[in-house]
Structures are given as structure tokens and as C-alpha cells.
Write a protein that binds this ligand. Structure first.
Ligand code: SAH
Ligand code: SF4
Ligand code: F3S
Length: 458
């Protein structure tokens, strides 16, 4: 058996792609190793959403160069940087053997054979844009040890957000047929998975034979699936039908990630987000009416070109008004080929120190709101799907609430159990509590060896 080490950067799409890479490589007798220094093949599954993500990839590549020198390991670069930079990676990094895009994962065995047999460097970054694209089917064995899993439901993105590189790295939207998705959910239950998260860059425009709301409802009906989540949903086509699904189906978890990006209509317009703050709030109001107490989280970009102090204040006020349970806020980073990067001079670049000051203020506010949101759970007993031992204290257990909040607790519930946990304390990032009961167990025993894949979210 040869050994492969895959370093994953970026979003859930990439995490899933890494799993599909391991499966494709198993057919070539490559077994995964957690130690790059013992690998015969090293793959970087890259992200280019912000400049920092690319820098992280380059510094990791520098480290893996040693393994090439010492063991002759092959080095490949996949993912979004590979798709966008193509030959430039080979030109700039002489020790990279092959470069492949997200649509070429199933061709990995062929690519590696070519590299090994012909001693050539290979670039394989063609997009498969048509509805004929066949999504790789997950092997449930890859998910052994896990109570929750992600299912890719679509690829690409047809939106044109001015800051975003994804349409340039992932191409046009293609939806996966709903029957495939339901079969994958069913196959995952055979190894004990009880919660699935449907992932795509823009799930509201899912077109795989049923609407996205229907897909969620049908997934919730798959025997053995107790919890359903999804990400990411764009506010501009968040349908009444999807909101209604939250009213009628309790297996859809009480968390909605709804990236707003900015609280200023002027900025939203330049971002080409295609909604106003008022429209966003109207959608959110309906959602909260359909599912009272739902946890709402968001993404925000500060320092988008032309963002004034006044624009930023509006973002700050919106955060206060919505009272998000959590948010990921980022400093705007110009990306190649995007409209905002091309027009930054015209709209006016925001000075770096201003961006930092705005980010710090927003983060401080969000921390306060997250603490308040989580503190409201103290004294309550909540349902937690157990995912394994706590990362900070292996004598405790770890899982997540319906709100997607992490809970560390004293107890003995096995992985996959739906445990009742009395919450005793809260911080901005997690809850702490004590198990008071177990409501149900998974259909199969899940061995307690769950080792999370190495993910470096840039
Ligand atoms: N498809 C998702 C977003 C995926 S990217 C959506 O539409 O919501 C995840 C987040 O990264 C975005 O929501 C945005 O906040 C941030 N992001 C994307 N491009 C960025 C850039 N150029 N600079 C800073 N943050 C960016
Ligand atoms: Fe990027 Fe916008 Fe598509 Fe999200 S919806 S992936 S932010 S272009
Ligand atoms: Fe995901 Fe990063 Fe690509 S966020 S789609 S891996 S650019």
C-alpha cells in the first residue's frame, strides 16, 4: 500500500472533494495517512476565496518540498487555486508534479499514472459544465466513525457577486439529481450517520428535479436520518417554500446561515448582491415567524471598495438589530478577475488600518451577541447529537444542538446518540453541560475513533 496525505483548505465543498479524492485513490492502492512526512503522494486541496488562503497554500507547499526531496513523494495541487492558476503553479513551483481542478477528481488515478509512467507534469482543469456532469457518489465507508456528514447537492455558482472568485473557480451551476442525493443519504445511514448537511454555494437555486425545499423535506424522510441542515443560502432567492419547510419539518434544524455581506444598500448594490437591507429583513422576519428562536448566522465583508464610515455604521447597526447568533466577518480581499478588484481604484480602496478597526469593532459586538445568545440556553435541557470526545477534554463528550452550537458535556453517550444535556454554562463559542438522558441511539454502533480530517479554514 502506498500512502497519501491530503491537506484541505477552504469550504465544505473542498472537505467533501477531499473525501472523494481519497476514494478515487483507494482504487490505486493509496491509503490515507495523517503524517505528510511518511507520504508517497501529497495533495493540496486549495482555496482562493481570500488572498490569505493562497498564502497558506504556498507556505504549506514549501514545507512539503522536503518530503519530495527526502522520499521522492509526488506533489499535486487541486481545488480552486489550481483551477484558476493552472499552468502558473507549474511555472512558479518547480516541484509540483500535477495540477487538477475540482471537476477532475475522478480522473486522479489516470493523472497519477501519467505522471508516474511518462515522468511528465500534468495539468487537468477542464470544467464539465453540462447537466451530464456525474457527481462522484460517496462511499459510506469513508464516513465510518461519524454521526454527521455533508452531501454535495450542486456545484458552481451562477451569481455574480462583485467580490467573489467562486464563479471563476467552480464554473456554472450544475445540480445533482435528487434521487442520487436521497440514495447517498440512505447509504450514509448504514454506517450510523444520522445528520446530513446539504451543501452548495447557492442552494436556493438547486434544480435537480425538485425544488430545494422539496429536497430538504424528502431528505428528512429518509429512514435513519434524524437531522437535516444546509449551506449556503443566498438571501435574494430565499423562497417562501423554503421558509415553510422550517414550519412543517422539525427534522430541519433550527439554524439558518444567511450571509448579508453589508448593512448598506449602496454597498450591496456595488457588490451585486441583488437585495436591499429591507428585503433581507423581510425574509428574516418571515423565517423567524415560521421557526421561533431559530439561530441566524451570517457572513460580512468589511472594507469593500468605497465603503464609508456611514456604510459601516449601517452594517454595525444591522448586526445589533438582527442579533445574530454568530457571524464570520472578513476583511475585503481583492481577487483576480472579479469586478470589485477591477474597479477598486474607481470606487476607492479602503485603507488597511480602517478595515482592521472596523473588523475589530464588529467582532467585539458579535462576541457580545454570541455570548447573549448562548447564555439564554443556560438552565435549559437541549437535544445534542453526539459526535465524539470533547476536543479540549477527552474525558467529556462533544456534540451540537439544533442551533448548531457546540456543546461539551459530562456523560457517556456514544457517538450518534441523541442525548439530553442540561446546560450549565455558556461562552461566545460553546455551551457546557451535563448529560441527563439519552433519547435514541444510532441503528449501528459507531466506533469511538472519530478523527477529524485536517482542515485549515482560511
Ligand atoms: N456562496 C456563499 C459564500 C461563499 S464564500 C454565499 O453566497 O453566501 C464565503 C464568504 O467569504 C462569503 O460569504 C464572503 O463573506 C467571504 N468572501 C468571499 N469573497 C471575499 C473576498 N474577496 N474578500 C473577503 N471576503 C470574501
Ligand atoms: Fe460567491 Fe456570490 Fe456565488 Fe456566494 S453567491 S459563491 S458569494 S458569487
Ligand atoms: Fe470553497 Fe474556497 Fe473554492 S471557499 S469554493 S474552496 S475558493
Amino acid at each position: 500500500m502506498k500512502r497519501v496525505f491530503i491537506h484541505t483548505f477552504g469550504c465544505q465543498m473542498n472537505v467533501n472533494d477531499t473525501m472523494r479524492m481519497s476514494e478515487a485513490l483507494a482504487s490505486m492502492q493509496y491509503a490515507p495517512t495523517p503524517a505528510p512526512e511518511s507520504a508517497d503522494l501529497i495533495i493540496l486541496n486549495t482555496c482562493s476565496i481570500r488572498e490569505k488562503a493562497e498564502d497558506k497554500m504556498l507556505s504549506a507547499l514549501g514545507r512539503y518540498r522536503q518530503v519530495k526531496l527526502q522520499r521522492g513523494a509526488l506533489i499535486g495541487v487541486g481545488g480552486c487555486v489550481a483551477q484558476q492558476e493552472k499552468n502558473r503553479i507549474l511555472e512558479r513551483v518547480p516541484y509540483v508534479d500535477f495540477v487538477f481542478g475540482p471537476d477532475a477528481i475522478q480522473k486522479l488515478p489516470e493523472i497519477i499514472q501519467r505522471v508516474e509512467a511518462d515522468r511528465v507534469r500534468v495539468v487537468e482543469t477542464a470544467w464539465v459544465d453540462s447537466e451530464d456532469y456525474v457527481f462522484p457518489r460517496a462511499d459510506p465507508n469513508t464516513s465510518r466513525g461519524k454521526a454527521t456528514e455533508f452531501i454535495t447537492v450542486m456545484k458552481g455558482c451562477d451569481n455574480v457577486c462583485a467580490f467573489c472568485v467562486v464563479p471563476h473557480t467552480r464554473g456554472r451551476e450544475v445540480s445533482r439529481p435528487f434521487g442520487d442525493i436521497l440514495q447517498e443519504a440512505a447509504s450514509l445511514t448504514t454506517v450510523g450517520v444520522r445528520e446530513v448537511t446539504l451543501v452548495g454555494q447557492n442552494v436556493n437555486s438547486y434544480r435537480g428535479g425538485v425544488s430545494f425545499a422539496q429536497l430538504l423535506l424528502r431528505t428528512a424522510q429518509v429512514p435513519g436520518i434524524e437531522r437535516v441542515r444546509f449551506t449556503t443560502s443566498h438571501p435574494h432567492d430565499l423562497s417562501d417554500e423554503l421558509i415553510e419547510a422550517f414550519r412543517v419539518e422539525p427534522k430541519i434544524m433550527g439554524h439558518f446561515h444567511l450571509p448579508v455581506q453589508s448593512g448598506s444598500d449602496e454597498v450591496l448594490e456595488r457588490m451585486r448582491r441583488d437585495y436591499t437591507v429591507a428585503e433581507y429583513l423581510e425574509r428574516l422576519g418571515k423565517l423567524r415567524e415560521a421557526r421561533p428562536g431559530i439561530a441566524v448566522t451570517t457572513d460580512i465583508i468589511v472594507g469593500f471598495p468605497g465603503e464609508t464610515d456611514e456604510d459601516f455604521e449601517k452594517t454595525y447597526q444591522l448586526t445589533e438589530q438582527v442579533r445574530y447568533a454568530g457571524q464570520f466577518s472578513f476583511i475585503y480581499s481583492p481577487r483576480p478577475k472579479t469586478a470589485a478588484a477591477m474597479r477598486e481604484g474607481e470606487w476607492g480602496a479602503v485603507p488597511h488600518e480602517v478595515k482592521i478597526a472596523r473588523l475589530e469593532r464588529l467582532n467585539a459586538l458579535q462576541k457580545k451577541l454570541s455570548v447573549e445568545f448562548n447564555a439564554a440556553q443556560v438552565g435549559q435541557t437541549v437535544e445534542v447529537l453526539v459526535e465524539g470526545a470533547s476536543r479540549t477534554d477527552p474525558t467529556r463528550r462533544f456534540g451540537r444542538t439544533s442551533h448548531n452550537t457546540t456543546v461539551n458535556f459530562d456523560g457517556d453517550a456514544p457517538i450518534g446518540a441523541l442525548a439530553r444535556v442540561a446546560i450549565g454554562a455558556a461562552s461566545a463559542a460553546s455551551l457546557s453541560g451535563r448529560q441527563v438522558g439519552i433519547d435514541s441511539l444510532p441503528a449501528v454502533v459507531i466506533p469511538d475513533v472519530a478523527a477529524a480530517p485536517e482542515v485549515c479554514v482560511a
